[in-house]
Design a protein around this ligand. Structure first.
Ligand code: HEM
Length: 505
């Protein structure tokens, strides 16, 4: 196992290897390396992580026998896709080199269709597709979400929603006690949990008599991600006519806009003091003089939409691994029944799920200065994608990477984890601002589920879970989980006069 070592910036540019010498694969005129991802070709775009892993390993094998370390190939190569060179790295040191040189306004590749739509309709672009000073202006509006006290002020609301979700599982499992396609159900939990923060409203997603709004929101949030992905990866035909991807982006944006605007108007009629107590995040946003009404609405949407998909995926993936690892599940459950509110083991389970199945494939940045990565001179304005979804599953960084082992993340473990080998929330000034909210939502729900149910995989289900790109990465198959009530939960129900169900486990 390789231990952590930081590379230092090499300021002597003359000693660096040339950009042209970065290894690459055979490319074709005009289309570059796109042929690798054509239908029926060797790789699939939706499995880009596997493609990167494969190419990197292939290059490494070419120079396996070479002793000179500087001549070895593998963790850095370039591909020409969509007319541009992309530098791809699969080494945690290079991830560090990239994000440590990103400056005050890190540039992430934008989403051109979303950028276009927002400029047209709002006159500005918000956080996710924004860059430079414009991004910085809006980023300030979401930063309060990283304050521990602010996040904790929502914990009792999140606990109530988690209680409702545990009841919801009961109502929606089939006669074999299986909750099918848990990710789809979890979207209702994550919508409800993020909406009490932004816009500060309970949509009652988990109620059996939910309002039309809920169905519209779920459909719109799925369409938004789909539209974003299609317009990001496809040819930019939307510039000339509104193709399917663009229409999805537009209509989902309009739907969410309309629903959230009504709630924002209601909030604006409250006194700031009331709002500060009931919803400190919306209070900070509404009283911010830097933003006009459209800006506030856009930021409310940004937080609302940002939180749904990745959080649901992370919970689903963790439940999957807990179901497959009985010992880990029992340890986590034991911890949840103690008085210790810190829950280090449960949090380690979440980290381990994000290591094995991160929702993001890579940290991507456009370099803002000439940068030294892997001894090559990467010129300013080059797109570099540091594939942490590959590094976090490499044996160099994690012993037996396929094994679900939360212990690696415990403070007293002897594992010397490279701090850039697994970066599921990104790093630096563009790090995910919803990280703390997401972690709270996840841990609160897992605790409630584990103290109520034992989780089992369904017969024949494999533990290894593939991930495919749908903007965020999501599991490549439906996650179905069998749940059996824990004795503790049964006893509570019996005390409350609720009829017990047979233990079919
Ligand atoms: C487990 C759940 C989540 C994961 C794994 C996740 C992951 C990420 C990642 C990898 C990035 C890109 C960071 C970078 O480029 O360095 C990001 C950005 C972002 N996330 Fe999250 N996220 C999650 C939940 C949330 C939630 C709950 C919210 C809303 C509260 C949110 C809002 C955002 C926003 C607005 C950005 C753009 C930040 C910027 O460009 O400055 N995310 N997230």
């Amino acid at each position: 196992m390789r231990l952590y070592s930081t590379i230092t910036a090499n300021n002597n540019i003359n000693k660096l290897k040339r950009f042209e010498d970065i290894p690459t694969l055979k490319q074709l005129p005009i289309i570059g390396h796109s042929y690798l991802f054509f239908p029926g070709a060797k790789y699939q775009l939706e499995r880009l992580t596997e493609a990167v892993e494969d190419i990197s390993a292939k290059l490494e094998r070419l120079t396996e026998a070479v002793e000179d370390i500087s001549a070895k190939l593998g963790p850095i190569f370039k591909l020409k896709l969509g007319g541009a060179n992309i530098i791809i790295t699969t080494d945690a040191d290079y991830t560090e080199a990239l994000v440590r040189h990103e400056g005050k306004y890190p540039i992430r590749p934008t989403f051109p269709a979303l950028l276009h739509y927002r400029r047209l309709n709002y006159g500005s672009v918000g956080v996710v597709p924004g860059n430079g000073e414009e991004w910085y202006k809006y980023r300030q509006g979401v930063l309060p979400l990283l304050k521990t006290n602010l996040v904790r002020s929502y914990i009792s609301k999140h606990e109530k929603i988690a209680d409702n979700f545990v009841r919801y599982i009961d109502e929606n499992r089939n006669e074999c006690l299986i909750l099918e396609d848990i990710f789809t159900h979890l979207l209702k939990y994550t919508i409800e949990a993020i909406s009490v923060v932004s816009p500060g409203h309970h949509f009652q997603c988990l109620s059996s008599r939910n309002a039309q709004d809920v169905d519209d929101i779920i459909a719109a949030s799925i369409d938004f991600m789909d539209g974003l992905y299609k317009t990001f990866t496809g040819l930019p035909i939307w510039k000339y006519y509104k193709n399917e991807g663009y229409r999805k982006l537009e209509t989902s944006h309009q739907t969410i806009h309309k629903i959230l605007e009504n709630h924002l108007k209601n909030l604006s009629t409250q006194t700031l003091e009331n709002l500060q107590n009931a919803n400190p995040y919306m209070n900070s946003l509404l009283k911010n003089p830097t933003y006009n009404w459209n800006d506030k609405l856009m930021l409310t949407m940004e937080v609302f939409l940002g939180g749904i998909d990745a959080t649901a995926t992370t919970i689903a993936v963790t439940l999957h691994h807990l179901a497959h690892n009985k010992k880990v599940q029992n340890l986590a459950r034991n911890e949840c029944t103690q008085d210790d509110t810190r829950l280090p083991y449960l949090k380690a389970c979440v980290k381990e799920s994000l290591r094995i199945c991160p929702t993001g494939g890579a940290s991507s940045r456009v370099t803002i200065t000439d940068t030294n990565i892997a001894g090559y001179l990467i010129p300013k304005h080059t797109l570099v994608a540091a594939f942490s979804s590959v590094t976090s599953n490499k044996p160099e960084y994690f012993d037996e990477p396929d094994v679900y082992r939360p212990e690696r993340w415990l403070r007293d473990s002897n594992c010397n984890v490279h701090p850039f080998a697994s970066v599921p929330f990104g790093f630096g000034p563009r790090m995910c601002p919803g990280r703390r909210i997401a972690e709270q939502e996840i841990v609160v729900l897992l605790k409630k589920i584990l103290t109520s149910y034992e989780l089992k995989p369904i017969d024949g289900d494999r533990q290894k879970l593939g991930m495919v790109y749908r903007m965020n990465r999501i599991p490549d198959r439906k996650i179905n989980i069998k749940r059996i009530k824990t004795n503790r939960w049964r006893q509570t129900e019996i005390r409350n006069g609720i009829q017990d169900e047979p233990n079919t486990g």
